[in-house]
Design a protein around this ligand. Structure first.
Ligand SMILES: [Zn+2]
Ligand SMILES: [Zn+2]
Length: 221
């Protein structure tokens, strides 16, 4: 955990031991752009579980600078087209440091359809309309967690009750909707059981790429 006085020392330590910087926990890269990787989660919760990871070491997306927003959005749109064609609409999820297991920014992409979260549940803290708001929150308040579906993006204060509420209402429902298992499994178990899911997703990704990645090509191309 980052704490007051030792922030820069901690960041330096995390960077050196970082499994995303040294790519030991990145099993398969679907796509690479100048600043981002699109990679299969190496311990997928469901088929189609992929990650958008900045190549540079940032602790969370609240730290990723505005210059990278356009590239991030086009990566997100490509995931949305992929999921819509082969699975269901996308739910994006970020730990925002809270409950992170790899201390390097990564956006989870799940093909769960709509999140099913109702604003009346009041678990969210703010409705977010830009990455700038995530950066502002991080600069002023620190940790958070984040969820986005086709309708809206939400930021949550890092509190266990909110987190468990979302896991129960959104994650379980999403996992079940894709035929996944909701009982607790260790990352090692998820990794072992995940290989066929990753292979199935990669096969779909290849055919998606072969078909022009969901872009409507114009006559001049
Ligand atoms: Zn890193
Ligand atoms: Zn994560």
């Amino acid at each position: 955990m980052l704490n007051g006085g030792n922030v820069s020392a901690d960041i330096e330590f995390n960077k050196n031991g970082c499994t995303f910087c040294n790519r030991t926990e990145i099993t398969y890269i679907l796509k690479e752009t100048p600043n981002f990787l699109l990679a299969a989660d190496h311990a997928p919760l469901v088929e189609g579980h992929i990650l958008i990871i900045p190549k540079q070491h940032f602790t969370c997306y609240g730290e990723v600078p505005a210059e990278l927003d356009t590239e991030l959005f086009s990566m997100k749109h490509e995931v949305q087209r992929f999921f819509t064609r082969y699975y269901a609409p996308t739910v994006f999820w970020e730990h925002g440091i809270f409950k992170q297991t790899v201390f390097h920014a990564h956006l989870h992409c799940f093909p769960w359809g709509m999140s099913g979260y109702n604003l009346g549940e009041n678990l969210h803290t703010i409705i977010v309309s830009s990455q700038e708001e995530v950066r502002q929150w991080f600069a002023l308040q620190g940790h958070y967690f984040y969820m986005e579906d086709r309708n809206r993006a939400l930021l949550f204060a890092p509190e266990m009750d909110r987190y468990l509420g979302i896991v129960k209402n959104v994650f379980w429902r999403g996992i079940i909707s894709r035929g996944g298992k909701v009982e607790w499994r260790s990352p090692q178990q998820r990794y072992e059981e995940g290989l066929p899911l990753i292979e199935a997703m990669i096969a779909k990704w290849r055919s998606f790429q072969d078909q022009g990645a969901g872009y409507v090509k114009n006559a001049s191309q």
